[in-house]
Ligand binder design. Sequence first.
Ligand SMILES: Cc1cc2nc3c(=O)[nH]c(=O)nc-3n(C[C@H](O)[C@H](O)[C@H](O)COP(=O)(O)OP(=O)(O)OC[C@H]3O[C@@H](n4cnc5c(N)ncnc54)[C@H](O)[C@@H]3O)c2cc1C
Length: 445
Amino acid sequence: MARVVESADRRRFIRLSAAGGAAVGLAGAVPRGFSQPAPPPRPGDGQTVTEPERDVPVWGQYDVVVVGGGIAGVAAAVAAARNGASTCLLEKEFALGGLATLGNVVVYLPLCDGMGNQVIAGIGEELLRLSVADGFNPIPACWLPDGDMEQRRKVRYRVTFNPASYMLALEEWVLASGVHLRYDVRFCTVVKRGDTIQAVVVESKSGRSAVLCRAVVDASGDADVCARAGEPTVSVRTNVAAGWFYTWDRQQLRLVPHSEEFGRDPNLAPKGERGFAGDDADDVTAQVIESRKGIRRRLEALRGKSPDKPLFAAILPTIPSFRMTRRLHGAAVVRESDDRRWCDGCVGMTGDWRKAGPIYFLPLGCLVGVVSKNLTVAGRCISADGPAWDVTRVIPTCAVTGEAAGTAAALAARDCGGDVSRLPLHVLQRRLQEQGVPMDRRLAR
Ligand SMILES: Cc1cc2nc3c(=O)[nH]c(=O)nc-3n(C[C@H](O)[C@H](O)[C@H](O)COP(=O)(O)OP(=O)(O)OC[C@H]3O[C@@H](n4cnc5c(N)ncnc54)[C@H](O)[C@@H]3O)c2cc1C
């Protein structure tokens, strides 16, 4: 079996808190019996252990490896496979869709600009149609072929879907494209040679292993690959406690879009509070626990309204409900001031889910690694700042950046050994347009 050796950087040290030290039996930190509570963790006391050097078995070799099976990841993987790349999709959970399904975030926000122009098509539109292919909700009539153009100025092209149906449909859709899907696989780190990622290292039920790759797409939502690959990233800790959930209420399932108030600018905490980060294990745990407390309070309040009627929690989110956590700081950064500003590097467009009017032309530079030549990024961790991050993080735009990143990775793997910087832009743009991705300069100001 082929093997890779992890870089010295990765295996050199594992930091442990005193409580963590107890778990591996460091003297003095282990409670003598179970009658005493374990001491509280004391993070940051500087203790370390040295991880022994080891070879890691290689279980696969692909043109394109996509990390994360949310909407961005499935769009990227299918786009790569359709472009002829052998493609592997790695997901730590046991379903596809990420926040859209496991997080019960069931509103597929608009594909239009609110002024009657459809700015998202291609896989972004295919995924919207797939989300309601079970007949759960109709697509607005004016957005069907030959729909009323005047109505399109008034009714936005969006739908609400059933997460369970979508979960089933996404898996079938991804497998039908020829993508090799692997669940229960957590991305851990990369093995690099110079500026190229040669392998991604993962942990699963089978232990630690590596996947060789020509190109990688980071669709982890939290820029996990970027962070491990040494890319410049930006983290914010302004997330609030949140979790959309369903109740069983008067013999019906009802969606409760539970969330604390959140700021439109990810750099500003709402109400001056501290907020949560999504790139820190303790903070992720704290956010999940606070969110569940909020759900319990919400349930109590709902029960209080009709105490004689039975009301139960039915379906809870099973992944943390973070909006913006850590992202790539790319060569290009999408900003609010880019509204309707054409960019030559355009690989897709998006409207603004919050209001009618704005259009953003998304440049390839916001999806490409700065120090890793064969890394592209998709979804809520692309390089977009301030309120523009709030615009690009939503489901339809994640599909757009997924399709662009996956297509770029596949073409780069085919033509340039994975090096996206050597991929001629016009080749990528032409391919995306053939796939139905709109890039309409006439809509620029
Ligand atoms: C409370 C809330 C309400 C929202 N409301 C809406 C809404 O109404 N409409 C809308 O369009 N958007 C909404 N959003 C935003 C939107 O749902 C998400 O931003 C979008 O779905 C993100 O897609 P993604 O693929 O980039 O990331 P994610 O959905 O986060 O997917 C990332 C995937 O990667 C996996 N992953 C992460 N790390 C690893 C790893 N190390 N190894 C392997 N796998 C990994 C995760 O398990 C996950 O499946 C909301 C978000 C929140 C939190």
